[in-house]
Design a protein around this ligand. Structure first.
Ligand code: SOE
Length: 385
């Protein structure tokens, strides 16, 4: 008999939609002990949250998150609201004994993240940060390839995360739609928003980053603020590039911008090792590219006149998550990464095995982000711990 898990969703924007969709679909595709029930959603403005609740089938809505957190009929609080709300809500939810899911980045700063981890761990509640890209089947396959020793001793990790939606100087900052451009709400610009994804993936695949040196740039210095209607200085980083040294000795380069004309969500990585390489591009998400130089078991070189990159179409039943979806060759998309992540979380509460990335893991990423921003300010290398 399937057990209900009553969801309290905070936020109604892009992430409110991706998460709500996951709650609605997960049991149709994964065989799980728990089934999410869309009990209530929450946002400050009734005119926004009421239609959201109706559209997604939430039983009720609240306009004060504190009321939602206090409700006895809620088991899990999902934080999909802007970054400056994460800490207060997560701590209150943990203290109320609720499970907590939080959209990335975990927090505005490391200090905030630490407080959140302490509260979550003290309460002993299940938790996860929605770094959804770990659940792109091709990225999960890359992890498998690395763990199988097919890349071998790593030398280079190269990540880019490029978009182009803020090039026009008349795009305002702030407000419900554009809070990502307002540092007082977002914490940072591309570093927390985009590089946080790249860092989470990088550390998952290639282990901890030991030190970084970074440079950031803000191309448009002033923007109209959507809430005050006045021109205000832009304090987010529009672009960021950093060099990293991983604890395993390999070297990393990371580049992110919202000024790469033509790039919409170009999230790529390549890892080069002694025995092979892997490459992924989110604008071509069904594929993982793999270059095999040596047999992972014997270490013997397999290179011959037909050696080359293999472009693997990650849609077969033996590929991660794909036995839950369609038949081989039929692709899944962006929204499925959230469903896959939720399925893993629900399996985790069923088995008692904590699901990754949890808040501690989200804090690791926060530490790297903060070190990157500190280095950009000082021009110095910064050690992560
Ligand atoms: C920013 O444009 C954004 O929506 C991020 O906030 C998401 O995390 C990313 O996955 C897509 O781009």
């Amino acid at each position: 008999m399937s057990k209900p898990l009553n969801i309290g969703m905070i936020g109604y924007g892009f992430m409110g939609r991706t998460h709500s969709n996951a709650y609605r679909k997960v049991n149709q595709f994964f065989d799980l002990e728990y089934h999410p029930v869309l009990k209530a959603c929450c946002a400050r403005k009734e005119e926004k949250i009421k239609p959201f609740a109706e559209n997604w089938g939430y039983e009720s809505f609240e306009t004060d998150w504190r009321k939602l957190v206090e409700r006895d009929d809620i088991d899990l609080i999902d934080i999909g609201s802007p970054n400056n709300t994460h800490k207060e809500i997560a701590i209150a939810a943990a203290e109320a004994g609720k499970m907590v899911l939080c959209e990335k980045p975990l927090a505005m700063t490391v200090e905030e993240g630490e407080e959140m981890c302490e509260a979550i761990e003290k309460a002993g509640v299940a938790n996860m940060v929605w770094f959804n890209y770990r659940r792109v089947p091709a990225i999960t396959l890359a992890k498998q390839v690395v763990d199988e020793g097919r890349v071998g001793k790593p030398f280079h990790y190269r990540a880019t995360y490029l978009q182009d939606w803020t090039i026009a100087s008349d795009v305002p900052q702030g407000g419900a739609a554009l809070w990502r451009l307002d540092a007082s709400v977002a914490g940072s610009g591309v570093t927390g928003d985009l590089l946080a994804h790249s860092i989470d993936t990088a550390e998952w695949l290639n282990g901890p980053i030991a030190r970084v040196v970074a440079k950031t740039e803000t191309f448009v210095k002033e923007r109209l603020h959507a809430e005050t209607n006045a021109m205000q200085p832009v304090t987010i980083d529009d672009a960021c590039m950093f060099l990293a040294i991983f604890e395993n000795g390999s070297m990393g380069t990371f580049e992110s911008t919202r000024y790469a004309r033509g790039r919409k969500n170009y999230n790529t990585f390549e890892l080069n090792g002694e025995q092979g390489s892997v490459f992924f591009d989110l604008e071509d998400p069904q594929y993982l590219s793999y270059f095999k130089y040596a047999d992972p078991k014997t270490g013997e070189k397999v290179e011959d006149h037909l050696t080359g990159w293999q472009k693997i179409h990650v849609t077969n039943f033996e590929h991660p998550y794909m036995d839950h979806w369609w038949v081989p060759g039929c692709t899944i998309g962006y929204e499925h990464t959230f469903i896959n992540a939720l399925a893993d979380f629900l399996k985790g509460i069923e088995t008692g095995e904590p699901t990754q990335p949890d808040f501690r893991s989200g804090l690791r990423t926060q530490k790297v982000c903060d070190a990157v921003l500190e280095s950009a300010r000082t021009g110095q290398w910064v050690d992560i711990n």
